[in-house]
Write a protein that binds this ligand. Structure first.
Ligand code: TRH
Length: 354
């Protein structure tokens, strides 16, 4: 294993469930690598990377999570994703390093107000293996008062994405819409598909990545005008192309949710990661408040109802929101997000300021 340059960064990722932990961490590591940072990505379940990142990325070394890491001298920056707590043996080494590494906790994405209040707050460690160190909270978000979103590679060439889709054999027939269906098991999915089918003038090809949606569709009689194709797992760069090539995206969780906003011209519906205490409902409303802030009241009301319906928090609207009006909302929102510094830029600036 080549010796790491002194200025390397360590990024810790614990795969809790689904794909977002690995997905967000891989996207961040690759983005840092593009900026010339040498990143060691410590991940407890590297399995998904075999298909998500088959070719690796410049500057990124993937290491199996172990405690303590055999040769893990901490780098200049240590990022723990989603509060995953690096191995205690590694944290002890952090406390012994001179100067101590900058320790960052990269939090989950939310549009809720607490994010702006909490972003960049210090958390001095008074006990445990990291006693004496300070951990800093770094919150992704949708406003300049947050850490921003990962979008430094979101300049999308839609024509290239559609050509790629055609090459895979997943392109549209004449007049067909392409809709990606990447959601959790969703009781509202039949209703959303029925709304899509109402546009009889626009037959629809559903492209369905692996996961609960494939299983749900396999048992679902489809309305006329809809057909579906089960996709294999794709490298993350191809998954991004898939969203970029679609006319409309049904997405979930965190990373595909962000990608549908910054890396796709088509509008989307988002199924938030369902939480037993219902906290995902507040996350959804907070996002919609921002996303729809500039929309005409009539459009905002029906789009909000479509999001709420897709999260089974309210009935779906009787008809699909007017596509052109929704598209205009999406385009304005996307331009606003792309005009803000991306998360990688903000992270590098934060590190440089410490
Ligand atoms: O898989 P998810 O539901 O992940 C979730 C969320 O991240 C949520 O915030 C978290 O709390 C939970 O995991 C534990 O959805 P998400 O966030 O969209 O992540 C999917 C990732 O997988 C994304 O980076 C895209 C990638 N992906 C591919 O690269 N290729 C594929 O074929 C598929 C299906 C996904």
């Amino acid at each position: 294993m080549p010796a790491m340059p002194p200025a390397h960064w360590d990024l810790f990722c614990r795969v809790v469930d689904n794909l977002g932990d690995a997905g967000v961490c891989w996207r961040l590591a690759a983005a840092l690598g593009r900026r010339g940072v040498a990143v060691r990505l410590w991940i407890d379940d590297p399995g998904p990377l075999a298909w998500m990142a088959p070719e690796g990325a410049a500057g990124v070394t993937v290491r199996p999570w172990s405690d303590p890491p055999p040769d893990g001298e901490p780098g200049a920056v240590v990022i723990e994703a989603f509060g995953c707590d690096p191995p205690p043996g590694f944290v002890e080494r952090m406390a012994r390093r001179t100067p101590p590494p900058l320790w960052i906790n990269l939090e989950y994405l939310s549009a809720e107000p607490y994010v702006e209040r909490s972003h960049r707050l210090p958390s001095p460690q008074f006990s445990g293996p990291g006693a004496g160190l300070t951990k800093w909270f770094f919150y992704p978000g949708f406003t300049p008062a947050t850490g921003g979103l990962l979008h430094d590679d979101a300049a999308v060439d839609e024509a290239a994405a559609r050509a790629w889709l055609q090459q895979q054999g997943w392109g549209p027939a004449a007049g067909e819409r392409i809709v990606v269906v990447f959601c959790y098991r969703n009781p509202a999915l039949p209703g959303v598909l029925a709304l899509l089918a109402l546009r009889a003038d626009r037959p629809t090809r559903l492209l369905v990545p692996p996961g609960p949606a494939q299983a749900q569709l396999a048992g679902l009689p489809l309305p006329a005008g809809l057909r579906w194709t089960a996709l294999p797992h794709l490298p993350q760069a191809d998954f991004d192309r898939l969203l970029a090539a679609a006319d409309f995206n049904l997405v979930r969780g965190e990373d595909s949710f962000v990608r549908a906003q910054v890396g796709a011209a088509g509008a989307f519906l988002w199924q938030a990661y369902p939480q037993a205490d219902g906290a995902h409902a507040a996350k959804l409303e907070a996002f919609l408040d921002r996303y729809l802030a500039g929309a005409a009241p009539g459009v905002a009301a029906v789009v909000r109802q479509a999001f709420r319906g897709f999260n089974a928090l309210a009935p779906l609207p009787a008809t699909w929101p007017a596509p052109a009006a929704w598209q205009a909302v999406h385009r304005a929102w996307r331009e606003r997000l792309l005009a803000q510094d991306d998360l990688c830029t903000q992270l590098l600036r934060f590190v440089g300021s410490r």
